[in-house]
Design a protein around this ligand. Structure first.
Ligand code: 4AD
Ligand code: MG
Length: 480
């Protein structure tokens, strides 16, 4: 007999048919006459109830059925007698594929803290919460590809190992096969990377954007979706050292086109989750409600998880310039009462996550797109505005998160670009390939980067970015 996934049994399994299921035991309860086993195979958050008779199947066998053990069960699918589930399986044959020592199994059927579960990240996908999160993560990845495919964008693969640090987005991880104890040296004592694997110094990429631009200026519209690596020592709930980023890059788009696409993209992804991940979202929403109950009333969120998701889909994002935002922040209560950790000094200060969240959560109460940042706090490739002091940048800020998207129109004018590179000490010789796009058939173009895990925090309502990626990498942590 062929195995059926539990999701398909619960959705459309024919009553009174013979079925074969395989999965892991979540709980077992009952008595000498009858055992109720909740079996889960990861295909859905819902477990199927297996009803097992110890006298028929063997008491010794059923003793091996403990939380975490793996079973193969053949039996009849019937309408459930009890409440809480619509269908159950009356077991005719139970095979224990893998036992799990009840004393030692770390996932006991009770509430575990997320800190504890992070330490056993190899087992946490077996919990309801993490099962839900990782199913949604899959759905969101799929939706990313579907969105761009429908729009005629090409999935463009940019290198993970790169010889350029053009982004200047953060510290990089070096990639080298030289012997760290005895590297070849130049006469001046510096390391001779010419003898390294690639004949030059190489690092893990912080962004695929610059190589993405090369694709857009040939194929029109492209997007990247891959891991990026940043060696900054940011131990926050919003930063990973290895995170996934989606970076579309579009020829002939100006900043407004860029914002329109980013807004449509985010709304599409959220709507996709609402339409396709209902069971998992309902579970996560309940989890969040329980968590909120333990908070003081003033800190509780007024909206449930799905309310928040719907709110983003139904409301246009607020668009304003950096300068307008600075004025709002300067006159804000927390600034006047010196409640911000980083007070707003005036035009030119970089915004911290506390400022971004004030704008989104307190002032506008919806997602915000900030544009036209001072050139000095943004990357060299952003297009200079006519005022000569701001660039055509845009950041999208989300409730509970702060920056979720960063992007810009790119500087397509060769002279302006090279002047900016000189000002910001970006070496032109190493970037000749990039400058060639401006030398030959340059074109206005724009793009942005969406942090995939920041999106996942928003969709799942989780409080820590380490809990929305299967194997998080953060300073001091690289297990598995
Ligand atoms: O703002 P960032 O640094 O922009 C870029 O890398 C551009 N090259 C994007 C582009 O225009 N193509 O990063 C983009 C997004 C941020 O808005 C944030 O969502 C996410 O990537 N991000 C991180 N996510 C998790 N951990 C980190 N350490 C992150 N750093 C940035
Ligand atoms: Mg940014």
């Amino acid at each position: 007999m062929r195995r059926t996934k539990i999701k398909s049994l619960l959705d459309s399994g024919e009553l009174n048919s013979e079925v074969l299921v395989k999965g892991w035991v979540r709980t077992k309860r009952g008595n000498k006459q009858v055992n109720f086993i909740a079996l889960n195979d990861g295909s859905t958050i819902n477990s199927i109830q297996v009803v097992a008779n110890p006298e028929e199947l063997g008491e010794d066998l059923l003793k091996l059925v403990t939380t975490g053990s793996c079973l193969s069960v053949t039996g009849k699918l019937v309408e459930s007698q009890g409440s809480g589930q619509s269908k159950e399986i009356i077991a005719e044959k139970v095979e224990v594929l893998g036992t799990a020592d009840a004393e030692k199994y770390p996932l006991q059927p009770k509430k575990h803290s997320f800190e504890f579960l992070r330490d056993i990240a190899h087992l946490r996908p077996r919990t309801n919460t993490f099962g839900a999160i990782f199913r949604i993560r899959h759905a969101m990845s799929f939706a990313v590809h579907q969105f761009f495919n429908e729009k005629g964008f090409y999935y463009w693969h940019t290198p993970f190992i790169t010889g350029s640090d053009a982004e200047g987005a953060g510290e990089m991880f070096r990639v080298s096969t030289l012997d760290p104890k005895n590297p070849p040296l130049n006469e001046d004592g510096s390391i001779d990377y010419k003898q390294d694997f690639f004949g030059r110094e190489t690092n893990l990429t912080v962004s695929g954007q610059l190589e993405g631009e090369l694709g857009a200026l040939a194929l029109g519209d492209i997007y990247t979706f891959g891991p990026t690596f940043r060696a900054e020592n940011s131990n926050t709930t919003r930063h990973l050292s290895e995170f996934w980023m989606i970076e579309p890059e579009m020829a002939f788009y100006d900043l407004t086109d860029n914002m329109d696409l980013a807004e449509e993209f985010l709304q599409y992804l959220v709507q996709y989750a609402l339409d396709n991940c209902a069971d998992d979202l309902v579970f996560l929403e309940k989890r969040l409600l329980d968590e909120e109950k333990n908070k003081p009333a003033a800190e509780r969120s007024e909206m449930s998880l799905t309310d928040k998701l719907r709110f983003v889909v139904e409301n246009k994002f607020e668009r304003l310039t950096y300068e307008e935002a600075i004025n709002i922040l300067r006159n804000s209560k927390p600034n006047k009462k010196k409640k911000f950790q980083f007070p707003i000094e005036g035009w030119g200060t970089d915004l911290q996550s506390e400022h971004e969240r004030y704008l989104v959560e307190k002032h506008f109460k919806k997602p915000v797109i900030l544009t036209d940042y001072p050139k000095d706090i943004k990357a060299f490739y952003m297009r200079m505005n006519d005022d000569d002091r701001t660039v055509a940048a845009m950041d999208i800020l989300f409730p509970g998160i702060g920056e979720i998207v960063g992007g810009s129109q790119r500087e397509e004018r060769l002279e302006v670009l090279t002047a900016r590179m000189d000002e910001m000490d970006v070496p032109q010789e190493e970037m000749d390939w990039y400058l060639d796009t401006r030398r030959y058939g340059t074109a206005p173009h724009s793009g942005f980067g969406l942090g995939f895990e920041r999106l996942m925090i928003f969709i799942t309502g989780m409080g820590n970015i380490r809990d929305v990626i299967p194997f998080p990498r953060t300073p001091g942590n690289a297990a598995y």
